[in-house]
Design a protein around this ligand. Structure first.
Ligand SMILES: [Ca+2]
Ligand SMILES: [Ca+2]
Length: 157
């Protein structure tokens, strides 16, 4: 029995998803804990920001746990950074863009406030002047923000 069979199998099974494991993130992306992230220099509305990520074979970041939240905090060293995350209020429910369950949350004190009851704040930003584990804020999806894309460490065929 040789290991090459296993690697052949792994290669082909992941190839079926259109994704081949790679050692490196694409140029311009940052590797953190075996995931690839892209922080924009531009600012756009939430939906347009998401489209930018999707056009790169990614999506807006999904923050799965405290480790990821900590790793992304002030990731460019700027305490005034503001970027969109892949969390949006749809049908009065906050949902991640990939459909994963919303379990660990890191809201800023007093958030989400739905815009003070006007129900106009449906998209979520990471507000880096607040503490590392309490900095999410819901805000109007029309606001211009930087955005953070996330994808697997792989090449899309
Ligand atoms: Ca993630
Ligand atoms: Ca808010």
């Amino acid at each position: 029995m040789c290991l090459c069979l296993l690697s052949q199998y792994l290669y082909h099974s992941s190839e079926m998803n259109g994704c081949v494991p790679s050692q490196r993130c694409p140029l311009g992306w940052t590797e953190i804990n075996s995931r690839c992230y892209f922080l924009s220099t531009e600012e756009k509305k939430w939906e347009e920001s998401r489209q930018q990520c999707q056009s790169k074979g990614a999506d807006l970041v999904v923050i799965n746990d405290e480790k990821e939240q900590n790793a992304l905090y002030r990731m460019n060293g700027n305490q005034y950074l503001l970027f969109w995350i892949g969390l949006r209020n749809t049908d009065r429910t906050l949902k991640w863009v990939d459909g994963s369950e919303l379990k660990d949350v890191f809201w800023q004190d007093g958030q989400p406030d739905l815009g003070g009851g006007n129900n106009t704040e449906d998209c979520v930003e990471m507000y880096h002047q607040s503490p590392a584990l309490a900095n999410w804020n819901d805000v109007s999806c029309q606001t211009l923000r930087h955005w953070l894309c996330e994808k697997d460490l792989c090449f899309i065929l």
